[in-house]
Design a protein around this ligand. Sequence first.
Ligand SMILES: NC(=O)C1=CN([C@@H]2O[C@H](COP(=O)(O)OP(=O)(O)OC[C@H]3O[C@@H](n4cnc5c(N)ncnc54)[C@H](OP(=O)(O)O)[C@@H]3O)[C@@H](O)[C@H]2O)C=CC1
Ligand SMILES: Nc1c(N[C@@H]2O[C@H](COP(=O)(O)O)[C@@H](O)[C@H]2O)[nH]c(=O)[nH]c1=O
Ligand SMILES: [Zn+2]
Length: 375
Amino acid sequence: MSSLTEIDQRYMAAAERLARRGLGRVWPNPSVAALIVRDDAGGQSYIAGRGVTSRPGMAHAEVNALTQAGEAARGATCYVTLEPCSHFGRTPPCANALMNAGVKRVVIGMLDPNPRVSGRGVRMLEAAGVEVVVGVRENTIRHLYTGFSLRQLKHRPEVFLKIAVSRDGYIGRKGCGQVRISGDLSMRKVHGFRAAYDAILVGSGTALADDPQLTCRLPGLSGRSPVRVVVDRCARLPLDSKLVRTCVDVAVWLLCGNDAPVERIEALGAAGVNIIRVPATESGIAPSVILSALATRGITRVMVEGGARLASSFLSAELVDDLCVVTGDIEIGAGGISALHGLELANVMSGPTFERVGAGLFGPDRYIYLRRRGA
Ligand SMILES: NC(=O)C1=CN([C@@H]2O[C@H](COP(=O)(O)OP(=O)(O)OC[C@H]3O[C@@H](n4cnc5c(N)ncnc54)[C@H](OP(=O)(O)O)[C@@H]3O)[C@@H](O)[C@H]2O)C=CC1
Ligand SMILES: Nc1c(N[C@@H]2O[C@H](COP(=O)(O)O)[C@@H](O)[C@H]2O)[nH]c(=O)[nH]c1=O
Ligand SMILES: [Zn+2]
């Protein structure tokens, strides 16, 4: 028979999997999952209600799970990946909803990272006589909330940089636009990554050379495309680019300098692009300025897809949290574009900043996944 802690671990692992599926869908909120678990007449536990965070302004995970459980919530245990909220925001506090439903015990993955409210939900529940356990699977669950935490504590989203390099270390070929480096399985993984991020970011060099779409094109998941952001100091993005032509369906934000030409801004704005003017210098728009502008607009997780210059400036500014390097099964040879500009990718990968947290194969391609040390 399982011990109580094993049962707690198992249900929390299930809640964690559910919460992971909501990443990229509920920003600026954290993606939370809750399970209402109780015993049946024979003493076997079962899930009476499951809930995840709804779109912003709608019900939180706990309320969705309680609604599904109905009367079965009375005397039950709630497993929830993040501490139940304690404040009246766009919805009333989930701590109250749990107490009012008669939940007897609440098992929490991680406390709210915001120091102004952290622990308050726990205290409200305990004051009402509810048993509370904190920190089950916290070591993995906290990675779900890195972006939510960073936005609150450092006013920036979490940054994931993905680079696809050929066997000979190039990301493209000069003058050739998009060069397919990754195999089919890698591309599906990349589209899966895109679905789990609130925004995807490229530099103007990539936008002009590649005319990319930057959507999630996995079957059934087209609704999960992130906001597409181009860093383009002079607002050069062409009106007939794929990004502009599709910006009514999937948002495009263009970050340009305060001094970008007015006629370009007006034309792109009229086409439906969301123009965000920020301070810029000759060397571009500083990564810290880019991230602050995104955080202001609610973005908690951003995927940087290149190119070489933008990726390098984020690495140099130490503003990359996760890095995935996919090595495709092709050679580019003459005219190859180096993965980074002024930095060596191999040095970045083996240097002190990152530690390897995963590696393997996507079909014929190899991937290495690194995370900032201590994160
Ligand atoms: N294999 C892969 O994984 C990928 C390959 N690529 C390839 O990379 C190539 C493009 O790379 P690259 O030419 O370096 O262009 P980038 O996409 O990195 O764009 C660089 C431009 O972005 C603007 N910018 C604004 N702020 C910054 C900043 N803080 N840091 C850097 N740039 C900033 C600048 O232009 P401005 O002054 O106009 O604002 C700069 O010239 C293409 O050939 C593409 O095919 C691209 C992505 C992924
Ligand atoms: N060529 C290449 C990548 N290229 C990236 O994908 C963008 C194109 O996206 P889309 O137009 O949506 O298909 C392109 O501009 C660049 O950012 N990525 C990879 O993982 N592997 C690859 O081989
Ligand atoms: Zn809540």
